[in-house]
Design a protein around this ligand. Structure first.
Ligand SMILES: *Cc1c(COP(=O)(O)O)cnc(C)c1O
Length: 398
């Protein structure tokens, strides 16, 4: 087939060639730098979405660009049949900065959670008489593969694809009694996001997460924390669990891990790392290009203290949003953990606010009819935060 060149708008070409999966904003982004992106007409937007919590260092950060170009000119892919130095460098960095002992690399958050689910089931075979059930939270989000959709506590993602793989039970978040009541001899693990992201930034209460840890210890269950969105210093510490004083047995990562290249990881303690050769694998997972970008990203986040900066900027945004609310803006709730910020609006106007803010030059994301989310690059400056708050003030005032 001869490709003769693009005809039609991006929307027309998408409807011709792409599966009907995404409700996209009417925006073709062609360039990014720092916290800003530009469209085809050269109009710029402050990016408070950051590829959905992916671009932790913003767009085209020199450390990431340099690592990618250097590795792309050296060795892009080898498979896991051979050793790879960038993969070992990233593994070492993550293990040295976490409570885990070993790591496995994937290409996405869903795949990281799939690996965690398989680890838990293998652990159940070895240590819990074949127990396989995993308790997760209502309104959680763990990915779009069949098993991770089954793990996700939202019926709307499951209904079109029923029957679901079995082995998942859902309980309300922050209700330890419900978790205890849901535990049976079939239970092997509890899987939680420390702060639910897709549901609109809903944190675990510190007392709850500590009680879950104790319950897992008493019952011999694994605690799996899905840090796909909360990891990479977004919430103020490199992993969100650090601020809770809770040590999980298994942690999953993705989104920002490889600086915008596809990449994820499952980290586990020695005891939870139940795989033996042949149990699991990935052709592209942990490939040299993604891992070189990951090393540059993780090192920069750690060296530049971006966790502390994220905490400071989250507090700054939250204070600004509180001032807007106090001045009469239709805001009913503000939930902030570093640069993970959820804002509930008084009416189901989130989509309209996103559209109006985009027209004025800032990208926000609606996680529900009345909920806005901000997950900007961790390098966000005070001036950029002020710009975002000004646009919100204008749009919410209209
Ligand atoms: C985004 C997300 C996932 C899924 O990640 P993908 O890379 O889209 O598969 C899983 N868990 C959480 C908490 C997420 O935010």
């Amino acid at each position: 087939m001869v490709v003769t060149g693009a005809t039609g708008t991006a929307a027309e070409r998408e409807s011709r060639y792409y599966m009907r999966t995404f409700r996209r904003q009417p925006l073709v982004l062609t360039r990014g730098q720092g916290c800003w992106v530009w469209d085809e007409q050269g109009k710029r937007y402050l990016d408070l979405v950051a590829g959905i919590a992916v671009n932790v260092l913003g767009h085209c950060h020199p450390a990431v660009t340099e690592a990618i170009t250097r590795q792309a000119a050296t060795l892009v892919h080898t498979s896991n049949l051979y050793y790879s130095l960038p993969q070992l460098d990233l593994a070492e960095l993550l293990v040295e900065h976490s409570c885990a002992d070993v790591v496995f690399f994937t290409n996405s958050g869903a795949e990281s959670n799939e690996a965690a689910i398989k680890l838990a089931r293998k652990y159940g075979k070895l240590h819990r008489d074949g127990a396989y059930e995993i308790i997760t939270a209502l309104n959680s989000f763990h990915g779009r593969t069949l098993a991770t959709v089954a793990a996700t506590g939202q019926p709307k993602y499951q209904a079109p694809f029923a029957p679901m793989p079995e082995g998942f039970t859902h309980v309300p978040l922050n209700d330890i009694a419900a978790l205890r009541a849901a535990t049976t001899e079939r239970t092997v693990a509890v899987l939680l996001e420390p702060i639910q992201g897709e549901s609109g930034v809903h944190p675990c209460d510190p007392d709850y997460l500590r009680a879950v840890r104790l319950w897992c210890d008493e019952q011999g269950l694994l605690l799996i924390l899905d840090e796909v969105q909360t990891g990479m210093a977004r919430t103020g510490t490199f992993f969100a669990y650090e601020a809770y004083g809770v040590r999980p047995d298994i942690i999953t990562l993705a989104k920002g891990l490889c600086g915008g290249l596809p990449g994820g990881a499952v980290l586990a303690t020695e005891r939870a790392a139940a795989f033996t050769p042949g149990d699991h694998g990935s052709t592209l997972g942990g490939n040299p290009l993604a891992c070189a970008a990951g090393v540059a990203t993780v090192r920069t986040v750690l060296d530049e203290g971006l966790g502390a900066h994220a905490a400071e900027m989250g507090a700054y945004l939250s204070a600004g949003l509180t001032r807007l609310r106090d001045a009469g803006a239709p805001i009913t709730a503000i939930r902030e953990r570093g640069l993970m910020v959820g804002v509930d609006l008084a009416t189901e106007s989130a989509a309209a606010v996103v559209d109006a803010a985009r027209d004025r030059g800032a990208l926000f994301n609606a996680t529900g009819p009345a909920t806005l989310r901000m997950v900007p690059p961790l390098i966000l400056s005070h001036d950029e935060a002020d710009y975002a708050l000004e646009i919100l003030a204008t749009v919410l005032g209209e």
